[in-house]
Design a binder for this molecule. Structure first.
Ligand SMILES: Nc1ncnc2c1ncn2[C@@H]1O[C@H](COP(=O)(O)OP(=O)(O)OP(=O)(O)O)[C@@H](O)[C@H]1O
Ligand SMILES: [Mg+2]
Length: 305
């Protein structure tokens, strides 16, 4: 029965990627995951950053905080891929590939989304994930040092001279994907840690991104401002989408929490991830049930259609 019900269905693969480290991949990954879960979607996650395992640790912290507080915080079905331990690169790549392929096979027909967090460096598995992406989300800090992995910039005019290494790798991965099944990966560039004060640097980067967007076929989006709350969420595995009350946060909610929630909600709408209708209805029903039980939840407007 279950097989029949799920036949033909294949989860949408959302990959967080950028060859530059520390741009906000894991932070954004956990916000996307929690938003999708709150919208009633069935979500699986795979951590390919086998060394740091930030997403794995974030979700472990979330589980532990839920146990400690007795709150029912949403969690995805998660798997971390172990690095191959052999001295031979080919053997390592084979074992990592097998583990990754198995992780995908276990969830691709039973879940609506697979969210994959990748390491901030080039690797075999990272390339493989990019070639599988239906949606590729690349966070980018507002600095020309970060911009450099996407495009080379003329020192005088700041005009984009050409794509750099990571952009070329993504272009190749997208071409392979198109040839394989005709699907064009939706590549979204999310600016992160934006300064709240406008600057000439911001304007120059905006201009460069517009030019790159035309050349590479990607969508640049304004993401998150630089806010302390994003850094404080990790030890409790929380996100700006969780209830902003003292019981959930373990501290008093601030204006920073409220504005973070607004910008996360706005970004998620613009990602335009296609939601499964049944899941959305389940979430709406649950919200209504909670509302009647006098525990208001704001689930409806987290992810737009
Ligand atoms: N908008 C933000 N405001 C403030 N701090 C942020 C913001 N986004 C991310 N950070 C912080 O920046 C650091 C890097 O973020 P994160 O670990 O999500 O990046 P990453 O791309 O996954 O890094 P890596 O390449 O090492 O895996 C973390 O300390 C995180 O808490
Ligand atoms: Mg990370």
């Amino acid at each position: 029965m279950l097989v029949q019900a799920t036949q033909g269905h294949s989860a949408r693969v959302v990959v967080l990627g950028n060859e530059k480290g520390g741009t906000g991949k894991s932070t954004l990954a956990v916000h996307i995951v929690v938003a999708l879960l709150k919208a009633g979607q069935r979500v699986a996650t795979i951590d390919l950053d086998s060394r740091q395992q930030s997403l794995t640790r974030y979700l472990d912290n979330r589980r532990r905080w839920a146990e400690h507080t007795g709150l029912s915080l949403e969690l995805p079905e998660h798997r971390a891929i172990a690095l191959g331990q052999s001295m031979q690169i080919a053997d390592n790549e084979r074992s990592e590939f097998e583990e990754f392929a198995d992780a995908v096979a276990c969830v691709e027909h039973s879940h609506d989304f697979i969210v994959i967090d990748t390491p901030g460096s080039d690797s075999y598995l990272m390339r493989l994930a990019h070639a599988m992406a239906d949606t590729l989300v690349t966070p980018l800090n507002d600095s020309f040092l970060d911009f450099d992995v996407l495009g080379n910039v003329d020192p005088v005019s700041h005009a984009v001279i050409g794509p750099s290494h990571y952009a070329s790798m993504v272009t190749d991965a997208r071409r392979q994907r198109r040839q394989l099944d005709g699907i064009d990966t939706d590549w979204i560039l999310v600016r992160n840690r934006l300064s709240m004060l406008g600057s000439r640097n911001n304007d120059l980067i905006s201009g460069g991104l517009k030019e790159l967007a035309m050349r590479l076929g990607l969508r640049p989006l304004e993401g998150f401002a630089e806010r302390l709350v994003y850094r404080e969420f990790f030890p409790r595995g929380l996100t700006a989408l969780d209830d902003l009350d003292e019981a959930t946060l373990g501290t008093r909610p601030s204006m920073g929490h409220v504005t973070a929630r607004e910008e996360v909600t706005a970004l998620l709408r613009q990602l335009k991830l296609p939601l499964d209708e049944r899941g959305r209805r389940r979430a709406a029903n649950r919200a209504e049930w909670f509302a009647q039980a006098d525990t208001p939840l704001e689930l409806h407007d987290i992810v737009g259609a």
